[in-house]
Design a protein. Sequence first.
Lengths: 335, 485, 305, 326, 291
Amino acid sequence: MLAIEREGLMENLLEAQNVKKYFPIYDGGVLFKKYRMLKAVDGVSFSVRKGECFGIAGESGSGKTTVAKLILLLEKITEGNILFEGKNLGRLIKQDRSWYRRRVQTIFQDAASSLDPRMRILDIVSEPMEVQPSGTQSKSVIRHRTEEILHLVGLGSATLKKYPHELSGGQKQRVAIARAMILEPSLVILDEPVSALDVSIRAQILNLLTEIQEKQRITYLLIAHDLAMLQNISDQIAVMYLGKIVEMGNTEEVFDRPMHPYTKALFEAVPRPEPGRAKEVPAISGEIGNPIYPPSGCRFHPRCKETVPECRENEPVVRNIGKNHQVACHLLTRR
Amino acid sequence: QEGSSNPLIIAVKAEPDTLVPTDTKYAVTSNPISNNIFERLVDLSTEGKFVPGIASWEIMAGGKEFLFTIRKGVKFHSGDPLTTKDVEFSHNRSWEKSPTYKRYLRGFDRIEIIDDYHCKFFFKAPDVLFIPTRYLQIVSKNYFDRVGEEEFLNKPVGTGPYKLAAWKQGDYIDIERNEEYWGKKPQVQKARFVFTKEDTTRIASLKTGEAGMIMDTPYPLVKDVENAGFKTVRLYTHPPCSVQFHNNNPNVPWYHQKVRLAIAYAIDKDAIVNDLFQGIPAGYPRLAPWELGYDPELKQYPYDPEKAKALLKEAGYPRGFEMPLYYFAGRSYGQKETTEAVALFLNAVGIRCKIQGIEAAQMLAKVRAWHNDPKTEYVGVASVPMAFLPDPVEAISTAYLSTGWGTMYFNKEHLDPIIEEAMVTMDDTKRGELIKKAIKILHEDVASIQIWANTSVYAMKQNIDFTPTLKNREALMLVKDVIIK
Amino acid sequence: MRRYALRRTLLGIITVVIVSMIIFIATRLSGDVAILIAPPDASDAEIQEIRVQLGLNKPIPYQYYVFVRNALKGDFGRSIRYNRPAIDVLLDRFFGTVELVGTAFIVSIVTGVLLGTLSATRRGTWLDQSGKLFALLGQSMPGFWVGIMLILVFSVNLGLLPTSGRDGISHLLLPSFSMAWYSIASIMRVTRSSMMDVMDSEYIKMARSKGNPEYIVIWKHGLKNALIPVIALAGVQLANLLGGAVIIENVFNWPGLGSMIVDAIYARDYPLVQAGVFFISIFLIALNLIVDLLFGFIDPRITYE
Amino acid sequence: MAEKCLLSVEDLKTYFYTKAGVVKAVDGVSFNIREGEALGLAGESGSGKSITCLSILRLVPQPAGRIVSGKIRFQGEDLLDKDNVEMMKLRGKKIAMILQDPLMSLNPVYTIGNQVSEAFKLDGLKGGIGIKQKVVEVLSRVKIPSAERRLKDYPFQFSGGMRQRTAAAIAIARNPSLLIADEPTTSLDVTIQDQFLRLLKEMQKQNHMGLLLITHDLGIVAESCDRVAIMYAGKIVEIGTVRRVYENPTHPYTQALMKALPKLGTRSKKFYQIIGEPPDLSDLPSGCSFHPRCPKQLYICKEKYPPLTPIEGGGYASCWLLNERV
Amino acid sequence: MNNMKIITRNPHHLFSVLKHVPVIPLLLLLPMIVCGIFGPYLYLHDPTAMKLSMALKPPAWVSGGDWSYLLGTDNMGRDLLSRLIEGARASLIVAFFGVGFAGIVGVSIGMIAGYFEGKIDNIIMRFVDAQMSIPAILLIILLAAVLGGGLATIILSITLVFWTQYARVIRGETLSIKQRDFVVLAKVTDCGTFRILRKHIFPNTTNTIMVLATLQLGRAIIIEASITFLGMGIQPPATAWGLIISDGRIYMSTAWWIPTFAGMAIMITVLGANLLGDWLRDRLDPKLRQL
Ligand SMILES: Nc1ncnc2c1ncn2[C@@H]1O[C@H](COP(=O)(O)OP(=O)(O)OP(=O)(O)O)[C@@H](O)[C@H]1O
Ligand SMILES: Nc1ncnc2c1ncn2[C@@H]1O[C@H](COP(=O)(O)OP(=O)(O)OP(=O)(O)O)[C@@H](O)[C@H]1O
Ligand SMILES: [Mg+2]
Ligand SMILES: [Mg+2]
């Protein structure tokens, strides 16, 4: 909420400009392999402002994680640019790279697998500090800082000597958070940070995350399936479908007035703990398409209930509707 | 009684490379079988005397010419008659195929065919070995011309008392009686040689009755086989297992005769023969009693460790020394055991042995490389071809002539002239004296230390009679001499 | 599937090429056959002559080229020892090995899978326990020792079975079992554990909840899945059995490739060693190829790339 | 509510005897399902939901797991009295089950057609055209597009949603009277989940099946079930009609769950959080298992487990607070 | 979501597992290891001291036996028990060093192949394939022919033959570990490749390595015995169990104790190693059951 009021003042921390990521997929050939392109992310633009929480929603396979990986430099961008504090990630030199890596951290869905089972919590959390090229800190400094950060995420010093399998799921996720936060990054990418956790633990972790964000003015890029959670936490939201953003904008705005048929259907499909709520006719039929052979025109059209002939032919362009709300749908131009 | 139609099964240790005697590279494995099929120009009597078989001969020109008269009416299994053409052909083929043959006939000059039944071998110098080595075995030229190389090799035909019936590679060879044999008809109709490398299995196959007879019974099992109710007979072949020295290198302790003598005293040869090998192998000091040049006076150096130590002290090694002890690692029983025993006896007098078992192919290469290398340090337990062949001259010349094989011992001054003289002395008594002299030098100089002489032990069922005699020396197994009761 | 098969075949061919190189180089490095067959006092010139005769005086790459060129025509050279075409000597022995190893292999797979499955589905019973013991013993004893012991017990003491040779089933029993025991054990253990994993899986729950009788659950739904690692192991076991044959053939005097190769190595009979080892490898590679294809058959996911 | 009782579970206890101790996975669970009714069983991970339904089918993982006591009456007969063969005949025919993971619940090495037809073969049908038709029909019922062409496909060639629908097809193939669905949609996307739940509802209506739907998503329960049971640490802490439980949760745990749930349509960065962690089933806290996390705990909570107490508005809950009020 | 699964998937830590004691495997193995290490202090007789007059004495409890030669004597009158103790050393040296070196080579190569994939991986795996399609024993015999027999040769051959299995297994492990989130996270925190291999991938393969190594110990001992049996392995004066069997096998029917006890020594050791391997595998990671 804060973010919106100060909108004018805030600069973009991260900016994606028409980013594409194609994966070559083996498609026959014995001696010389043949490939086809899997278009995991296909022209995505958005910008994340400092201090806000930018949410990305979308079905499985829509390319959310791929976007995160591109930002984390875990995959090479096929086309387009990602700018971080104005610097193009595609052209970072070596020093820049480690500077960048200090600024950007991530937390994954499955805490169990994001902690090295063979390392003690102390080593796990302090590893980012240890690999810093700029002047290695002394052991005691590192340890001190580790204890501090563990305290921040609500774990006592007793955990330092433990191994991950001695911790519960919630504690593991706290450790993952501590590790991500130890270098005080400016951007943290959260890829489904709580979906592996039990309902009763989720709230604890989410509260912790927001608390840290407020304290340290960190920017979040939050990827999630859980729309209710996104609505509550994120300031901006982008809805992805088959490698493209179909709708994006201020969270309240998008949730209050979803414009894209897919967004609407998605909201409709979420089961709500409200007994007796009358559900409409099936929100959406069919399944997400194949990113190797995406549907022509608007990628959503085979499942869309409101198709017009154009949908099959042309890709809709992103349009601004309202102050902070963009949609890519042919219906809008029609109206 | 005629032999039954069930074949006599004889388990031997190894499969021959080929049965064609002119072509074989591994005579030891071929002989037991091929000598039943092929015959030599010169035959042997049970006493080891050279007697006419398919041919008789006459020595002329003081041992430079040999006239052979072929027995008439002898036929190959293929039906081709035996003529001097075959002799010539066999000679030529052996000459071409067998380096060993070529070496035995060192002084060979030419062969002359007089007619179908007479031919003459010419030598440049008197050759005392030509008759005794009996190396020439006769294959059929006609047959070769008719069937060509492959079949000649695959279905060999000879003049012997048995013909080849079947050869299952890796498994067995069947022979059956040659009903048209020129000589005495053997009793056994069919025999099968099976190749059983593994000693234990070979023994087991006798015990279970699968085999009627086995060759190469390992010494330690002779008693066992006898206890199990089987008959054993022995054939004293040589080559003796002995400790040998490379005495080309003046810097090693064993260059000195005293040290070698000490070693000779330090080894309890009788214990090795009697306790390790249960008294089976013979412990001849050098030559066997039946051999030309045998010296009854010559005695083994007795086991006397105290004397050995004293000698070592005298030689300047009161605290002993370190010494390599090589042996041919392979699968022939006894070498390794002897080596270990020798090492243990020597350790007791302070000579610390470093045993090294080296596989034949590598060992031969080493020996070859060492031949003229004055830095060589070699002491080994090995079987030198000593009196393996009917005339000791052959063995002495190959082993101890300074131009001989990878030789370890040289005595150009004293020994070489004697050996060279013996090689051209056709007269047996004179040659015998020369051999005696040479052996004495070898013995006194401790050129090598004889430990035991190879003995083949045949084990068989009680109803089988087979007595190996001196005529089995190369043949090892002649089925025609077997009687089944 | 076709494409998968093609790819596997191609990989197989590459493997064959590498194998041929390894064997070729190893034989050349193993020593000089000329020295071995020359008489002990042969001169260097005579030895060189033998080398020339055998074509061993040429540089190794050239020798390899000749070997490959001839091998492609089916000519593996002449055995130095037997003076026959190596391929002939080999073929005489090949079927002996096939018979022995084949029997042992089939016995191991059938017994191993059967025992493993039974033991996995009857966890903790006496059958399971004794099966485990049987497997452990099999994996702890050298085959040759087992062989010798078996001869002692079954041939010499009990007089039930022949000691040696190749002549019908009775001759096959002891050697094939001494070889197979180890493999039975391995296969049984893998089947057992793989079966145990499979039996814990969701689709087995599903199969049971459908109302399938237990035998369908085990032998249809369980086994086919459990076989996947077993098949992978089968190739390894086959290699083990072929290696074991080298020793067992010696112990039981079985006319096969294994004992032939050992003798040939002792005699430095290069062409025969090469042909023998190469043949065994090709045999193995071919069988592994079949195993790979079988994989595709059993596990459809594999062929679908 | 005049419907007959289809399944009644009484004081079911299923324990695992492990090296680490006895795991009381299901520890005295009672509930019943009427014909055509859908009961939701919700609760945290590890609270014993799956083991409860496996116990009903008598498929508790062997050899560690054992049904220790209780009664499972299905259509009037106690399943625990039946022998294995009788149980086998019941499974799939009378009680069917859909499992959580669609990828894992279909056998990867058999074709879809093969696996679906198995159900019919068990009914004594011999192979051939007849079976094929039935298979195609049941697959079309669960809305597998062009089912006939896909019979020869393997599970991995199906998408997650299709696989799950295939599993459903197998479950309903023999028209069972009770369908147990153990978290059938956890691995599906919301849109696909929505489709599947609708399908499930539809099938239930058509066949007049009883449905035991296990999930930890309270949203799903609200939309698909008539009644709901909340499980905590092997016990049912509250049971009642969906409307009652959601609008008026009684047990502190239920209350906390309801509050902790992020809801659509609200916006607050602070969520209500339940302190602590779920207990270890082999080492439960004394008394009420929830007491260490309970914001309203009493002395007695630490000592004795509260009995199930009827609540006005229907259903039961087990909490000392209720007893005090009474 | 299933607790159960998380528990079993959780790989145990080597040290925490080693706190428990595998009684039976250790009972079998410990005596052998003690013999291997402290051999010279244990035996009653010098294993090389022969007394030909004492040859082939049966074990003490058999008539004709002598209590100072508990297990009897061999054909040279050496104490069999002392020789078995002495033989333990060779067998264990071969096994430990062979398997150890093979492990070092195989694990490094396997990690490299698995981590970098692509061309390197392809080349390495082709070599592994090729080598695995030559039966191990044949390859070792060939190598023995090249290098000559003896302890060092056997160790080297076992290394050369055994590394492939490590390479294959570890490559597979690396491929899957590499996908795990903690490796990805390490990249995100700017860890270098070497650090990732050393700190993250290697420690996570140690369980597999340990299990594989213990299981291979047994195989190494058996292979050593087999090669020695063929006459290409260990040569006297060194003593090894395989050699005792090999030399003693002709006494099978007359002095059964020689090959029998030596065979049993092998059996017990291999059994112990296998049991230890099984135990470790069950403890460390049930997933490895298929090794
Ligand atoms: N390394 C890769 N190689 C090939 N294809 C990939 C790769 N990574 C992702 N993909 C494909 O790209 C598409 C997008 O994947 P991505 O993981 O970004 O989806 P997602 O939105 O994060 O899905 P989820 O919600 O399931 O995590 C998918 O179709 C996926 O199969
Ligand atoms: N085979 C087993 N051996 C030992 N304990 C087991 C076994 N299976 C399940 N458990 C234990 O039983 C308890 C209940 O498990 P159950 O699978 O019923 O939980 P659940 O409520 O279905 O959880 P989830 O939501 O994760 O599926 C868990 O604590 C689990 O650890
Ligand atoms: Mg994702
Ligand atoms: Mg569950």
